[in-house]
Design a protein around this ligand. Structure first.
Ligand code: 0O2
Length: 212
């Protein structure tokens, strides 16, 4: 398929990512305005590069006409939470939304990947209205804590550097780091209410909600 055609195919995905980033970010800003704790800390989104789409299709032997259905992360969203407990809250929010239909969920938190990767994935169907009309696209939403994200970002860079062949010694250290990230999440969870209270007080004092 020609590059120009791909550029056209990706337009609704770009729009979907922009819309979804705004929608999830507004959960944070609305909570802040109400002086409430937000389960959403950070939101990021991206459209997969054409070269990565084609690589994935080649690797998984996906035919051209089913690429859009089978490559579920052409539109990708990442929602970062402070605490593990917040992930469940975000999942509940997504399940209750009428503008997003869940295709399926993958829990890599209860079932950590062999690499040490932890994250909660939800594949959704989402309708976008572009100049060319309505299109139902898929998006992958990854929900994880700051600690899980820190680990995943570093591991992803190493995967890239070593072309998916990370040396055994580094892999071992990554497993230790994954365990340390898990311990950090557990420790912080035990003082979650203290931290939430402190952050609410801080928001009032620093005037984040003073302009309501
Ligand atoms: P990107 O955009 O570079 O992040 P597969 O990709 O074949 O392993 P599947 O079914 O496509 O499996 O989806 P899966 O396992 O849910 O993984 C999808 C995405 O989750 C990946 O996208 C990563 O972003 C993330 N992920 C999954 N496993 C790992 C891991 O071990 N380490 C890290 N750092 N991230 C992981 P892509 O395709 O890699 O693309």
């Amino acid at each position: 398929m020609e590059i120009q055609m791909w550029r056209e195919i990706l337009i609704p995905y770009q729009q979907a990512v922009q819309e979804l980033v705004i929608k999830f970010t507004s959960i944070r800003t609305e909570n802040n305005k109400l002086g409430k704790y937000s389960p959403v800390e950070l939101v990021d989104g991206r459209v997969k590069k054409i070269s990565s789409i084609l690589d994935k299709a080649r690797k998984k032997q996906i035919p051209l006409d089913s690429m859009e259905e089978e490559i579920e992360d052409i539109a990708g969203l990442r929602i970062i939470c402070q605490f593990v407990e917040d992930i469940d809250k975000v999942v509940e929010i997504i399940r209750s939304r009428s503008d997003m239909e869940i295709k399926y969920e993958k829990d890599y938190i209860s079932n950590m990947k062999q690499s040490g990767y932890k994250s909660y994935h939800i594949i959704i169907y989402y309708d976008v209205h572009t100049a060319l009309g309505k299109k139902r696209i898929q998006a992958e939403i990854q929900i994880r804590t700051l600690a899980m994200n820190f680990w995943a970002t570093i591991e992803h860079s190493l995967q890239y550097k070593y072309k998916h062949n990370i040396p055994a010694e580094i892999r071992e250290r990554l497993m230790k780091a994954a365990e340390a990230a898990h311990v950090l999440d557990e420790e912080l969870s035990t003082i979650r209410s203290e931290i939430m209270e402190a952050q609410n007080t801080f928001q009032y004092k620093s005037g984040v909600i003073a302009d309501i």
